[in-house]
Design a protein around this ligand. Structure first.
Ligand SMILES: NC(=O)c1ccc[n+]([C@@H]2O[C@H](COP(=O)([O-])OP(=O)(O)OC[C@H]3O[C@@H](n4cnc5c(N)ncnc54)[C@H](O)[C@@H]3O)[C@@H](O)[C@H]2O)c1
Length: 290
């Protein structure tokens, strides 16, 4: 099957950049979000990033304009998905919202269309049965920010057909992203399981008063050679996103150790989501457009 038309559902931190990757790959790409502000913000951010790419000669002005010509933004799910061959779901990390979106997509998308979820943790078997085509549902986990990070975890569930998995791998290839296939489902996949273990330990050291978060970041960078510390990374990817991920993990495991920590709950309750709100663990002089 040849992929010509892609739809990306959710235009937040991840969705808008995944859509740009798709448009840059030469694919006709519709981006849908229920929130008009998210779509407007997506356009503004992408214009800034692509203009910067042109200034840095990463792409030509013509390639940028052609890619924007292939992008369409809409709040209407039917308009976004009715001609799509491949649909990437990147809405908020809440199981019930994702299930609802997939059920709606199942009604409006062509029968042949494949659904790939960009969830950070939720395995596709938890949402595939919300559709009439579980064999066409898989995970396709991009990393933040997708226009920079060259890795995608493609995860095959027991319900996923080989053809679907291969198609998802091919789409990554077309988008110039290195795809890695996980043959079996596990919540959080590979990268985030390793990352969560680091973040959990860092949080415990901080909450128990062994070191300040800035010093934990410094040690992680200087001694372990990580490009960013765990708290810097939480600010970058969104403290709210990390919080939802932990809630989901706890809902699945029932293990109290998987619950969001006291500090995470406080940050979320006070609206300190990290760079996107200007404050998280660190304070930023202005809201950062990725
Ligand atoms: N932020 C990260 O570092 C990261 C990395 C990899 C994967 N993910 C995953 O990507 C997904 C999106 O995360 P994000 O960081 O972009 O979140 P975000 O909060 O920045 O964006 C989510 C978007 O979904 C939209 N939305 C909510 N309900 C919707 C619906 N019913 N239909 C259409 N749009 C809807 C919101 O308006 C918002 O614009 C999540 O599943 C998350 O786990 C996030």
């Amino acid at each position: 099957m040849t992929i010509e038309q892609v739809a990306v559902i959710g235009a937040g931190s991840m969705g808008h950049q995944i859509a740009m990757l798709s448009a840059l790959a030469g694919l006709q790409t519709n981006v849908q979000d229920v929130n008009l502000d998210s779509l407007d913000e997506a356009k503004t951010k992408l214009t800034k990033i692509m203009d910067k790419w042109v200034r840095k000669q990463k792409i030509t002005a013509e390639a940028r304009d052609d890619a924007f010509g292939r992008l369409m933004f809409t709040t209407d799910l039917r308009e976004a998905a009715s001609d799509a061959d491949f649909i990437i779901e990147a809405v908020v990390e809440k199981l019930e919202v994702k299930r609802k979106v997939l059920t709606e997509l199942d009604e409006v998308a062509p029968k042949h269309a494949v659904f790939a979820t960009n969830s950070s943790t939720i395995v596709s078997s938890l949402i595939a049965d919300a559709t009439s085509r579980p064999e066409k549902v898989c995970n396709m986990h991009f990393f933040f920010p997708p226009l920079v990070m060259d890795c995608v975890e493609v995860v095959k569930g027991d319900h996923t057909s080989d053809e679907t998995t291969q198609l998802a791998m091919n789409v990554c290839d077309q988008m110039n992203r290195t795809a890695v296939l996980l043959q079996k489902e596990i919540s959080g996949f590979v990268a985030n399981r390793i990352l969560f273990a680091i973040q959990k330990e860092a949080m415990a050291l901080y909450e128990e008063g062994y070191a300040d978060f800035k010093d934990i970041d410094k040690i992680t960078r200087k001694a372990l050679g990580h490009p960013v510390g765990p708290f810097e990374l939480m600010d970058l990817s969104g403290i709210d996103v990390g919080y939802y991920v932990m809630q989901q993990r706890y809902a699945e495991s029932g293990d109290p150790n998987d619950q969001p920590s006291r500090t995470l709950i406080e940050k979320v309750e006070s609206g300190e989501f990290g760079r996107k709100t200007g404050k998280g663990f660190y304070t930023y002089s202005h809201k950062v457009n990725n």
